[in-house]
Ligand binder design. Structure first.
Ligand code: HEM
Length: 380
């Protein structure tokens, strides 16, 4: 059993531990983490539906102290993911509309083509390269820019982890500056290519007007939101095929690949938890929460709650009324869910052509990248 719900994220099998959490109080105080822990579907739903009282960042620290003042901190401070209220409302609709307008069939074809062109490298790095480069392509970056955009993005997301080192924080700031400049040039130099995700996001902006720093940061955010989460979804989908050989026949069709990815997003999700910070007194599941309190929402546990999904521990590619919490819920719900599943299905299609011997991969095994919230396999 893992020591606590944060250690569970990278544990070989955290799910029996999550079951013990669900059997306990609806909100359990964890003294070593100094957090309230929510693990049941109904409680997590209630927490995510109380955005006025519960915020995505601590009121006293909107930007983590270690990056505040630098370019990485500037990008972070503008992200809709990291804001509530007006800063959230200003840019979420444009992102949501642009992502909802994507033709997913065309996105699968484009992502597959990009994935096939990703150079041979370690399987664990390939998990990151395929989805990030695909989103950079959809945004409108030229093929020759994709590897560099990927490197900057991987440097930038390092600063989002509480585990990052001083050197990583410095690289993250340079990467944030470079990405902002690249997006500015892409949007302003020539009008963004028609049909790109960038053109769709900018559809409502005044023609010729300089883009605000906030909008530029949220374009960077589309790449950063893709990064760890989609690498994990792709990797965990591959792990499902290693663990359950009978699924391999399903993976032979495109619909089958999509079904495997969707069930992976429920059964073994890449984003295992998220946090909320109490801004106003609120009572959830009978527990009074006070300003300053922090809550860990174990989304991966809610996915396995029998009250949300029947036979929750079974991996079932075809499921009636699958309920998923790994993409969030309520005002901060992920607008990239359908794209993420498409990217992972296209990536899986490309990976299976590269890794024909799944049994050998299974024998070598895997562990998980250190993280407080993302479950991303590293193949040994
Ligand atoms: C498997 C991949 C992904 C997973 C598991 C995932 C999960 C999530 C979750 C859980 C949230 C909400 C966090 C919270 O409320 O605390 C979120 C927000 C967000 N995601 Fe995703 N995401 C994925 C991929 C993507 C992609 C590909 C994009 C866009 C290209 C994207 C864009 C966003 C944005 C913009 C937000 C902020 C929404 C808001 O705060 O209103 N995500 N995502």
């Amino acid at each position: 059993m893992p020591a606590d719900p944060v250690a569970a994220v990278t544990h070989a099998d955290p799910y029996p531990f999550y079951e013990t959490l669900r059997a306990g109080p609806p909100l359990a105080w964890n003294e070593s983490l100094r957090l309230w822990v929510a693990s049941r579907a109904d409680v997590i739903e209630a927490l995510l539906m109380a955005p006025g009282a519960l915020r995505v960042r601590p009121v006293a620290e909107p930007v983590p102290r270690v990056i505040a003042g630098g370019l990485a901190g500037e990008v972070f401070g503008h992200l809709v993911r990291m804001n509530d209220g007006p800063a959230h409302a200003a840019h979420k609709p444009a992102l949501q509309r642009a992502l909802a307008g994507l033709d997913l069939g065309a996105a699968h074809a484009a992502a597959l083509q990009v994935a096939r062109q990703v150079p041979e490298q370690s399987l664990s790095d390939t998990l990151f390269a395929m989805p990030i480069q695909a989103v950079a392509h959809l945004l409108g970056f030229a093929p020759e820019a994709l590897p560099q955009v990927e490197l900057w993005m991987r440097d930038f997301v390092a600063c989002l982890s509480p585990l990052s080192t001083e050197a990583q924080l410095q690289r993250a700031s340079s990467a944030a500056g470079a990405l902002m400049t690249r997006f500015e040039a892409l949007a302003a130099g020539t009008p963004p290519r028609h049909g790109t995700l960038l053109a769709a996001v900018l559809a409502d902006s005044a023609v010729g007007a300089p883009l605000s720093r906030a909008l530029l940061a949220n374009l960077v955010g589309l790449l950063s939101q893709t990064c760890d989460a989609t690498a994990g979804l792709l990797g965990n989908s591959l792990v499902a095929l290693l663990r359950e050989p009978e699924l391999r026949a399903t993976a032979r069709t495109r619909d089958g690949l999509h079904a495997i990815v969707e069930e992976t997003a429920r059964h073994d999700p890449s984003v295992q938890n998220t946090r909320r910070f109490v801004a106003q007194p609120v009572t959830i599941a009978g527990v009074p929460l006070e300003p300053g309190d922090a809550v860990l929402l174990v989304l991966a546990s809610a996915n396995r709650d029998p009250a949300a999904n029947a036979e929750p521990d079974r991996f079932m590619p075809v499921r009636a009324q699958r309920r998923m919490f790994g993409f969030g819920h309520g005002v901060h719900a992920c607008p990239g869910q359908a794209l993420a599943c498409t990217l992972a299905a296209a990536g899986l299609e490309a990976l299976l052509a590269r890794v024909p011997d799944l049994d050998t991969l299974h024998e070598h095994g895997w562990h998980y990248r250190p993280s407080a919230n993302a479950r991303i396999p590293v193949f040994d």
